[in-house]
Design a protein around this ligand. Structure first.
Ligand SMILES: [Ca+2]
Length: 640
């Protein structure tokens, strides 16, 4: 599996570092080869650097116009983002996991069954908060895995550009209190922190992930877990569990200004259920025994329940991923271990729901609930990284170097490093194919629930296609706030191209995209284009075949029947639309030998240890063969 997260699980510590040292030399060679191109791009990069942070500057005219247009009682908005939560990981989508708070929201509002987002963290977050396509907002990939050939381009920095405006900035300008508690991952320099991107109060973790029990990096590419509060470095309290803490802070922020007449926008991007998968023991205990029959049984159960709930069509099928292992090939002890890995995961989802429930309860008790709209979703599909051999001695060693263990008895508690691996991840995405990082439905189709405020209180589902850039425009329409004009703070900004879902929420329309509308997508070379009921998709290795396939994702959300040969003209037409998307948005091809996991190691070592390590590495690479030859000759001499 690809990604930084997989590094975490598979090769944490010494293994990762050694691999990183080896590949670092390749990075330097690649960087040198790209010097020419880099120099050509510098002028553009420097020009971008000179821009002042837009969000600091109030556009007075726009604000005044806004205030004149805003309705009398504007709703509060709570935007909750789970991390790496699979399509069927919560009860309204077919999960066996107990999520009563989210079930209540789904029953009260509208549940989307055909919502799509990017297949990894930061690209989703950039699009979610700006309504601007990822190659236009500066975050086409997570910065940890962008290859040097691409990171020279201004739109490939992996941090949120100053050519876009966040929905938080727009709401703040319109008189909203804006709060954030959770994972940011859109840049950690002062001008890029959420405190400077429209959020009035913040407590935020800036990395791909972090430990849920203490201030500790989960992978050694980070020297520390980078937490910030209101723009300053922040030390977590001793009594910390991520989901509880983030909701505590959200409540604290909201309550600090309660009753002052201003509505609020609260953004709550949980760490749950990103690696390391950790949960309080009492939540894990609820799921002990639930997964004893393995991932294939779970996947079938979730498919059946999703069909029963109308989340997918009754006749929808599933593919079995090549990465799914044979449950029966494991002995009883191994099965017991795997089942507990998943029990901790379920406990982490359950705990997140529990703490969402605490926020809802606070809002009810304080009289703010009725005027609050909740938006719940996930930043990408389930995480398959790490493999299904968590007890290997190499992993044990590397975990111990990071002061982690993955012992059975304490799995998921403080000091424990846990993840579910590819086989259970496929069940978490059931009944969809693929998972995080891939452009398959399992990577991109995730839950979306919108409920509360003036949204009609009826349990409804919609199978309308909607896209992550639609969330920001929806929030703006719900709050009566204008989209940014061509300039913000006196500088040009990208237009917000997403569509407001409000007409859909109110039942006025059945869809916001017409059958001919095309939505393109690319992340690390995995590509897709959506049009009407259809999708073309091309996934790179190691799981994909790097070829285009065509699916009807309404009738066949499991992507089981490739229609390429049946509908060659449609395939060609959609490929042509994809090419147009690439040209229009500055999408650049990844190098042919690009490997996301390897790149994560390489970038991580370079960023943490700098170029000096490269000199040492080069010396090692020169000397190592000499040493091997010397040893072999001595050995040969002795034998002789
Ligand atoms: Ca994620």
């Amino acid at each position: 599996m690809t990604t930084v997260c997989s590094l975490s699980a598979r090769g944490v510590g010494a293994v990762l570092l050694l691999a990183g040292l080896w590949v670092c030399s390749q990075a330097q060679a690649q960087a040198q080869a790209q010097t020419q191109a880099y120099m050509q791009e510098q002028v553009e990069v420097q020009a971008l650097d000179q821009l002042e942070p837009l969000d600091q500057i109030q556009d007075q005219a726009q604000q005044q116009e806004q205030e004149e247009q805003t309705p009398a009682q504007r709703p509060n908005i709570v935007l909750i983002l789970a991390d790496d939560l699979g399509f069927s990981d919560i009860a309204p989508y077919g999960s066996e996991i107990h999520t009563p708070s989210l079930s209540a929201l789904a029953a009260r509002g509208i549940q989307f069954t055909n919502y799509h987002t990017a297949a990894s963290c930061a690209p989703t977050r950039g699009m979610l908060l700006t309504g601007v396509e990822s190659h236009r907002n500066g975050v086409p990939n997570i910065p940890e895995t962008i290859p040097p050939e691409l990171e020279q381009y201004p739109n490939y920095r992996g941090t949120l550009g100053h050519n876009v405006v966040t929905v938080a900035s727009l709401l703040q300008d319109a008189g909203y209190h804006t709060y954030m508690a959770g994972k940011w991952h859109l840049g950690k320099t002062p001008d890029l922190l959420p405190y400077r991107r429209g959020f009035e109060r913040t407590v935020t973790m800036a990395d791909t992930g972090a430990d849920n029990w203490e201030q500790k990096p989960y992978i050694p590419i980070y020297k520390r877990a980078n937490w910030f509060a209101d723009g300053e470095r922040f030390d977590l309290p001793e009594d910390f569990y991520s989901s509880r803490f983030l909701i505590d802070k959200t409540i604290e922020f909201i309550d600090s200004n309660r009753g002052d007449g201003q509505p609020f926008f609260a953004y709550v991007p949980f760490q749950a259920v990103h690696i390391p998968v950790q949960a309080p023991q009492e939540f894990t205990n609820k799921y002990m025994g639930v997964y004893d029959r393995g991932w294939d049984v779970l996947r079938a159960q979730r498919q059946a329940r999703a069909i029963e709930l109308g989340v997918v069509p009754a006749d929808s099928a599933m593919v079995r991923m090549s990465t799914t292992n044979d449950w029966d090939s494991y002995n009883a002890d191994e099965q017991r271990y795997h089942a507990k890995r998943m029990a901790v995961y379920a406990g982490m989802v359950d705990a997140m729901d529990h703490h969402i429930g605490r926020l809802i309860e606070y809002l009810k008790l304080s009289g703010q609930y009725d005027n609050t709209v909740f938006i719940f979703t996930s930043d990408n599909g389930s995480e398959a990284s790490g493999g299904d051999s968590p007890r290997s001695p190499a992993l044990q060693l590397s975990l111990s170097l990071q002061d982690y263990n993955n012992d059975y008895d304490t799995l998921g508690t403080r000091g424990s490093f846990n993840y579910i691996g590819p086989s259970f991840a496929s069940a978490a995405a059931a009944p969809l194919a693929f998972y995080k990082f891939y452009a398959g439905e399992g990577g991109m189709r995730v839950p979306l629930i919108i409920a509360g405020g003036s949204i009609p209180a009826a349990q409804r589902q919609t199978g309308a296609f909607v896209w992550v850039t639609d969330i920001a425009p929806t929030i703006l329409e719900l709050t009566g706030v204008n989209r940014p004009s061509a300039r913000y703070g006196g500088k040009p900004v990208e237009p917000m191209l997403g569509r407001s879902l409000v007409p859909l929420l109110r039942g006025e329309v059945a869809r916001v995209y017409d059958p001919q509308d095309a939505i393109g997508y690319e992340l690390a070379g995995n590509s897709a284009l959506f049009q009407g009921d259809f999708k073309i998709v091309r996934n790179r290795g190691p799981v994909g075949d790097n070829r285009w396939h065509l699916f009807d994702i309404v009738k066949d959300p499991g992507e089981t029947r490739d229609l390429s040969e049946l509908m060659p003209e449609r395939l060609l037409e959609m490929q042509s639309l994809y090419d147009a998307y690439v040209l229009a948005n500055g999408v650049r091809p990844v190098p042919a030998d690009y490997n996301e996991e390897l790149q994560g190691v390489l970038n991580g070592v370079r960023n943490r240890f700098g170029s000096q390590i490269l000199l040492g590495l080069l010396g090692f690479l020169v000397l190592a063969p000499c040493y091997v030859i010397y040893r072999s000759r001595r050995s040969g001499t002795r034998r002789a």
